[in-house]
Design a protein around this ligand. Structure first.
Ligand code: AMP
Length: 221
């Protein structure tokens, strides 16, 4: 089996592009660590005794808005180092949402001698396609795996979790998220990685298997 050519794989794409699903598949397939800032924030939301800063982040997350950059860094940087050490590579899923974050992460990677190990995979989907997908999807309450509207299952057979509409997938919040985190917001991030010659685009408007195949080809070449 060929291996990814880089150790730090950054998944970009509008909400609903499938970046979470694809990032998990890549991490599983190659034994890389997987970090989703969205999952980390949702885990925070289910805890009590949050600090004021954490509570504010959870409130923003639930409203479909971005949480402050500094909180993301404090959640994620030590986790990245740990995964690089224990897994030899890391997949970042939705962890970079603006150009300032991209630059700050890159500084962090360079300080830790993996600046040249970065590859950003951009899962391409239009904003309209993103809204259509998110408006109909439900996710497993336990593991977060998404299913599409035509899938009528109530319970996830592998872990017993109920399929629910994520609080930030309600119609009004979906529109807000796609406005704030869709293609217009992604373009400066793409430009940052283009400037490093570290951006690869993949067509996201296809089945999970087809997209996964294209991603594998891209990261292993
Ligand atoms: P996701 O599950 O990746 O769609 O993330 C869910 C929500 O978490 C987003 O809509 C944001 O509110 C928040 N979030 C996740 N990652 C970040 C980040 N890197 N910067 C700011 N907010 C984030």
């Amino acid at each position: 089996m060929s291996k990814p050519s880089k150790k730090v794989l950054i998944f970009l794409g509008p909400p609903g592009s499938g970046k979470g699903t694809q990032a998990k598949l890549v991490a599983q397939k190659f034994g890389f660590g997987h970090i989703s800032t969205g999952d980390m924030l949702r885990a925070l939301a289910s805890k009590s005794n949050l600090s004021g800063e954490q509570q504010e982040a959870v409130t923003l997350m639930k409203a479909g808005q971005l949480v402050p950059d500094q909180l993301i860094y404090s959640l994620v940087f030590s986790e990245i180092l740990q995964k690089l050490q224990s897994n030899g590579g890391v997949v970042l899923d939705g962890a970079i949402r603006n150009a300032a974050q991209a630059a700050e992460y890159q500084k962090f990677f360079e300080n830790n001698n993996v600046g040249k190990e970065v590859l950003a995979i951009d899962i391409e989907l239009t904003d309209a396609q993103a809204v259509a997908r998110l408006s109909g999807r439900r996710v497993c309450q336990k593991c977060g795996v998404p299913i599409m509207p035509e899938d009528k299952r109530e319970v996830h057979e592998t872990d017993g979790g109920n399929f629910i509409v994520r609080p930030d997938d309600s119609e009004a919040v979906v529109k807000q998220r796609v406005t704030e985190q869709g293609n217009a917001a992604l373009e400066p991030i793409r430009n940052f990685y283009r400037g490093l010659n570290a951006l690869r685009g993949v067509n996201g408007n296809d089945t999970v298997d087809k997209v996964a195949e294209e991603i594998e080809k891209t990261i292993c070449s």
